[in-house]
Design a protein around this ligand. Sequence first.
Ligand code: BEZ
Length: 235
Amino acid sequence: MEQNQAIPMPRIGDKAPEFKAVTTQGDINFPADYKGSWVILFSHPADFTPVCTSEFMTFATLEDKFAKANCKLVGLSVDGLYSHIAWLRTIKEKIEYKGMKDVEVRFPLIEDITMEVAKKYGMIQPGESSTKAVRAVFFIDPKGIIRAIIYYPLSLGRNFDELYRALIAMQTADNFSIATPADWQPGDDVIVPTAGSCGVAKDRMEGKEKMKCYDWFFCTKELDKESVIKAVTKK
Ligand code: BEZ
């Protein structure tokens, strides 16, 4: 392939591109090693940088919360393994930030000096930087399918509550065959599939089904928080 030839970017619904990599937790074979779990594969621009440090501390602190929802974390930057190790040691030994200290990053951080993985996943976006990965987030489901992709520029630290919300919302959509409205949080009403026949549309508008309809195509129902959390945390 020519050096500057555009590489197709993975899209929602695609199989996660495969790769083998060296990480701070040993070698990985992706996504095969993660079959049966959700995984968030995320990139960051560089080790020993402030926004990335704040992100890693936050994600490491939330790792158990994501694990309870059957989701593993895998980080990547185009730095080398020894830089990664030194940076993670510095985070644990020296950095105290927003009440977080002594933070151990236990999830794997991929070394990608050749940018092979970053390019496969469209994490190098030359308009932003041709030498650093942007802040990409890939949500990959237990079957190895990409379910959501979020990209942020170098200067913008991610909102990890939103990443968790997105994960739980996708799992809830799968578990209960519903969709989630704007700003949905567990415990909020969820959207039922749109009526597929005139009869169902009529029944719903006449209040014959246990749901709230704003119009025939827009109906919601209650789904309690306990059921949502129970479903995402079941083994
Ligand atoms: C940071 O993580 O602080 C950062 C990294 C690359 C460019 C700008 C900021």
